[in-house]
Design a protein around this ligand. Structure first.
Ligand SMILES: [Zn+2]
Length: 224
């Protein structure tokens, strides 16, 4: 069911997090997915359809490793703005669904780019637009997040992996539980080569474990 309201992981037990990675697959996604698998962590990757379309071998491997693949639209627009501009919101999600459904089993997961899901003035309800299409009846969403360390801003500025790590550890400690928003690539091709979230995750996982954190799956995080 695609709900009007956001889904997040705020009811997870204290010191429990679910890792999610958006905007891939990118150059380091395979290595990241393998690292998480080897560390017994099931993560969720919200992929951009137009990037994932010719990556079915990689996506299958990620599912073999226990990860979930979610829908992050075909071309990463803000869905509220797209609807206001008269664009086709249903097609944006459906085209990515065509790619993912060949590989991933339902229930399907949707995370809207930028968390853009509804607006009061002018009124836009993306959930209703998608529900009315009857195309996404086996979807769960919108899957949002609880903890944001803004990893992408570190790579945009050329900051170090260590600085990015410190911010993420601090935010995870401060909030204590929930869904963590990370980015294994970028919707902007110019920023893709500078993405170092894989390196950051390789440091983050042992730090969190040493501080007593556990890793949950996204499905556990959004159970109502
Ligand atoms: Zn995104």
């Amino acid at each position: 069911m695609l709900c009007d309201q956001d889904l997040n992981g705020g009811h997870l037990p204290q010191r429990t997090v679910a890792l999610t990675f958006d905007d891939g697959p990118g150059p380091h996604t395979r290595e990241l997915a393998r690292f998480l698998y080897e560390n017994c962590i099931q993560a969720t990757f919200f992929v951009i359809g137009r990037v994932a379309a010719d990556q079915s071998v990689l996506l299958r491997k990620m599912i073999d490793w226990g990860h979930r693949i979610g829908n992050h639209t075909w071309s990463h627009p803000g869905l509220v703005d797209l609807a206001l501009a008269g664009g086709n919101v249903v097609a944006e999600v459906a085209r990515a669904d065509d790619v993912i459904r060949r590989i991933a089993a339902p229930p399907m997961l949707l995370r809207p780019p930028y968390g853009s899901w509804r607006s009061d003035a002018p009124p836009v309800n993306v959930a209703r637009l998608l529900r009315d299409s009857r195309r996404f009846d086996d979807y769960i969403g919108p899957v949002m997040w609880d903890i944001v360390g803004e990893d992408w801003t570190y790579w945009e500025r050329g900051s170090s992996v260590e600085q990015c790590l410190l911010r993420h550890v601090a935010e995870i400690e401060r909030i204590g539980r929930g869904i963590v928003l990370l980015h294994d690539s970028s919707e902007d091709p110019r920023l893709m080569p500078g993405n170092r979230t894989m390196e950051m995750a390789e440091l983050l996982v042992p730090v969190l474990r040493s501080r007593g954190f556990c890793f949950a799956t996204l499905d556990e995080a959004i159970e109502q």
